[in-house]
Design a protein around this ligand. Structure first.
Ligand code: ATP
Ligand code: MG
Length: 155
């Protein structure tokens, strides 16, 4: 029941529909690049939640003092890994909080947007379930989250 063939263009399309107003709000330059030549039969719910949480964060925590905002989502196969990279030029996360980023209920810009502080904790749980890894870099220039999931557990 958990595993079904995944069409990433469809998943991204659905995410864009649900996040329509978030994409509109800051006039963000939002681009997605999907290059997944093999059909992956896996857990659509978890993959959708991973991608949607990271994209919604990238959109929510934009920097209104910058001349323009962008969010870039790359989904591709790299060697034996399935890779998701979400990059933004938003407000970033202060270095002193980097060790708390995946903890539940932690929010570092509560004034900027609504949220419960659960998105990244859930993403991390899902990545662990799928035996993958998640890394990020974040500064006042923006943030990049990178997830790699071994194809062996996905296909
Ligand atoms: P929820 O996702 O539950 O709606 P949330 O977005 O506040 O709420 P998380 O997704 O777990 O919670 O993120 C935790 C905090 O990390 C955010 O409140 C925000 O301060 C910071 N954060 C996450 N992603 C980014 C990002 N791309 N740029 C800047 N800050 C971020
Ligand atoms: Mg979030």
């Amino acid at each position: 029941k958990e595993r079904e063939v995944i069409n990433f263009d469809e998943i991204i399309g659905d995410i864009k529909t649900r996040l329509y107003w978030l994409i509109k709000q800051n006039n963000c330059d939002f681009n997605t690049f999907v290059n997944v030549p093999v059909s992956i039969k896996t857990d659509k719910t978890r993959l959708t939640q991973i991608i949607e949480n990271l994209i919604s964060n990238a959109l929510k925590y934009y920097d209104s003092t910058k001349a323009f905002s962008f969010v870039k989502c790359d989904i591709f196969i790299d060697k034996n890994d399935f890779t998701i990279i979400i990059e933004d030029n938003g407000i970033g996360i202060s270095k002193k909080f980097h060790n708390e980023v995946f903890e539940m209920f932690k929010r570092f810009h509560p004034h900027l947007s609504e949220g419960s502080g659960l998105g990244l904790a859930l993403v991390k749980k899902h990545v662990e379930f799928l035996k993958g890894t998640i890394n990020f870099v974040s500064s006042s220039h923006g943030s990049t989250f990178k997830i790699t999931l071994p194809l062996s557990t996905l296909i």
